[in-house]
Design a protein around this ligand. Structure first.
Ligand SMILES: *[C@@H]1O[C@H](CO)[C@@H](O)[C@H](O)[C@H]1NC(C)=O
Ligand SMILES: *[C@@H]1O[C@H](CO)[C@@H](O)[C@H](O)[C@H]1NC(C)=O
Length: 569
């Protein structure tokens, strides 16, 4: 019934009045053979007490007088308390509440019958009242106050069905339950099926996968509607709890983490803390961190707290070995899904390396006549640190006749700065110190022991400018008179002195006929016996010559005085 607005009693009467006339025609048609008549009324249920069901007198073709005189009354029949025959007006009215559902349940059509009897002459008429349903019941879910609770895994496949409870509507026909509606939602549609008895049942069908992370709970309504006017409905809530499945990978909050660390940082010092989140719940969202195998030795140098994500130093950080580390970090949930990110750690240099001095070449001894600018040594000096920590200053300790010049990168030359004089300084202990410019400064030094080799640059030198010696006459030949002595400040061969007697004449004879000179000792000896009466003194020149090449020499004059003896009477 789709007419607008509630049906009024009047309209019902009009409608069923038409039916009554047809019934009356049929009655007349069969009148000849019939003892009594039969009338059928249709009324909606739940009419007010006193409402007119029908004009019995008119419908049976009896006037009111006949009704009264015949003492018309309802006699037998089912449910006679529902109606009353008003004999004064010849009408049948409602006497009691007529609830179609109570009377017939879901049986249709629903009617009750009774007989009206008249006397003088006796007539018996059957009256059937059909009770029409009105939409006075809404569809009702059995536990409408208790929501339907469903727990569905978010991994449930599309097409999975979830049977729902059915509603009941006590009304019948169009007023009975007609349709189910599911409140609008993304995930589920409703599928209705018919039972063999014609009733409907519904299933909710998953048509789009659930996502617990977006919607952990869905609140839906299942609405059952009937076809009455006005339409009535019943509702039950459906609470869907979406159960987690491990469908989310842990995600780091940065794709690259940057950190820095000083070299030589103590073990246990934390460097950076990474953080990943997992949208899943429970164990599926519990993350443990790890550093994945990396090229280089970062794995030995850093470790990560698997629970907090704090990366700390676990080994020796050496700027000179690794200036930068790249570590992959993993976050793993307990369901086995893994997310990764990268950590780059820059190492800052600390001045932990002293310069290292290597003597590449060193020439010792050096000749004392080497000119200033002669290269004595070539050194390679390196510092493993970087920047100012690795820049080098090189110096010579003390005041020495050398200087250092830088040649190629990291190469330094030790060169002479002055003339040498072996006779005054024959060797140098040269301490070379290399200092870096770090803070604090580190230095190292090395010692060179440089010998100065001799050059024959000194002539022998007699210890006197001239010598005088005495010998008594009549000496025995061969006796030693006296010794000359010279010194040479050169070294070794250059200082080896030979004494020579210069070839001079004494009284027409070579001097060597008077004296001889030991070339090694410088001892002057008489060659013969002297006679004062013949020669009173000898004058000779002694030369001292060293073994250098060329040799150097010097002369000295020696006067030998012969002393008188009383040998002549
Ligand atoms: C140089 O050092 C050596 C040994 O250390 C030492 O015997 C020598 O006297 C030193 N020479 C100088 C000129 O200091
Ligand atoms: C002394 O030495 C020089 C040169 O070595 C030489 O010319 C000279 O004749 C030597 N004799 C004397 C007596 O000076």
């Amino acid at each position: 019934m789709v007419t607008g607005g509630p049906l009024t009693c009047a309209r019902w009467r009009l409608f069923y009045g038409l039916r009554r006339q047809i019934g009356l025609l049929m009655l007349l048609f069969h009148a000849v053979n019939m003892v009594g008549g039969q009338i059928r009324y249709s009324i909606p249920e739940e009419m007010k007490k006193g409402s007119v069901i029908g004009n019995v007198a008119q419908d049976l073709g009896l006037d009111l007088k006949r009704i009264r005189s015949g003492r018309a009354r309802i006699v037998t029949g089912e449910n006679i308390h529902y109606t009353e025959l008003k004999t004064d007006k010849g009408i049948l009215v409602v006497n009691d509440r007529i609830d179609r559902e109570q009377l017939c349940g879901d049986e249709t059509p629903c009617s009750f019958s009774f007989e009206v009897i008249l006397e003088n002459p006796m007539e018996l008429h059957r009256i059937t009242v059909e009770v029409l349903d009105i939409n006075d019941h809404a569809p009702v879910f059995p536990n409408k106050d208790k929501p339907i609770s469903l727990e569905i895994g978010e991994s449930a496949a599309v097409g999975v069905q979830f049977p729902l409870q059915s509603a009941e509507d006590l009304d019948v026909g169009q007023n009975a339950l007609q349709d189910y509606v599911l409140s609008p939602n993304e995930n589920f549609i409703l599928k209705q099926h018919a039972n063999p008895d014609g009733s409907k049942y519904v299933e909710m069908v998953l048509q789009k996968p659930l996502d617990r992370e977006r919607h952990p709970h869905l609140s839906l309504k299942l609405i059952a509607v009937d076809g009455g006017t006005p339409q009535r409905s019943g509702t039950v809530n459906i609470d869907v709890t979406v159960l987690d499945s491990n469908d989310n990978v842990p995600v780091f909050n940065q794709s690259v983490y940057k950190a820095s660390v000083m070299e030589n940082t103590m073990k246990g010092t934390s460097v950076i803390t990474v953080n990943a989140t997992d949208a899943d719940s429970g164990l599926n969202g519990v993350i443990t961190y790890s550093l994945s195998k990396t090229k280089g030795n970062a794995g030995n140098v850093f470790n990560i707290d698997e629970n907090t994500g704090t990366v700390s130093v676990s080994g020796q950080i050496d700027y000179e070995k690794d200036k930068k580390y790249e570590v992959r970090v993993e976050a793993k949930d307990q369901g086995g899904l893994t997310g990764t990110s990268k950590i780059t750690i820059d190492v800052f240099d600390v001045n932990d390396n002293a310069p290292v001095i290597n003597i590449m070449s060193f020439s010792s001894p050096v000749s004392e006549d080497a000119p200033p600018g002669t290269t004595i040594a070539i050194m390679n000096i390196k510092d493993a640190d970087s920047e100012s920590n690795g820049q080098i200053k090189c110096s010579i300790d003390g005041k020495l006749p050398f200087k250092i010049e830088s040649s190629l990168t990291n190469y330094y030359n030790l060169i002479t700065d002055q003339h040498f004089d072996r006779e005054s300084v024959s060797e140098y202990n040269i301490t070379i110190t290399a200092t870096d410019l770090g803070s604090p400064q580190l230095s190292s030094s090395t010692k060179l022991h440089l010998k100065i080799s001799d050059v024959n640059d000194n002539a022998p030198l007699f210890n006197k400018n001239s010598y005088s010696a005495y010998i008594t006459e009549n000496n025995s030949p061969g006796i030693s008179i006296f010794a000359v002595s010279a010194r040479d400040s050169d070294w070794n061969q250059n200082a080896r002195i030979s004494y020579l007697l210069e070839d001079t004449q004494v009284g027409g004879s070579p001097v060597s006929t008077y004296v001889s000179l030991n070339s090694e000792t410088g001892v002057l000896s008489a060659v013969r016996s002297f006679d004062y009466e013949q020669i009173k003194q000898l004058k000779l020149v002694v030369k001292a010559q060293d073994g250098g090449s060329p040799p150097l020499s010097s002369n000295v004059t020696v006067k030998v005085m012969i002393q008188d003896q009383n040998d002549n009477p």
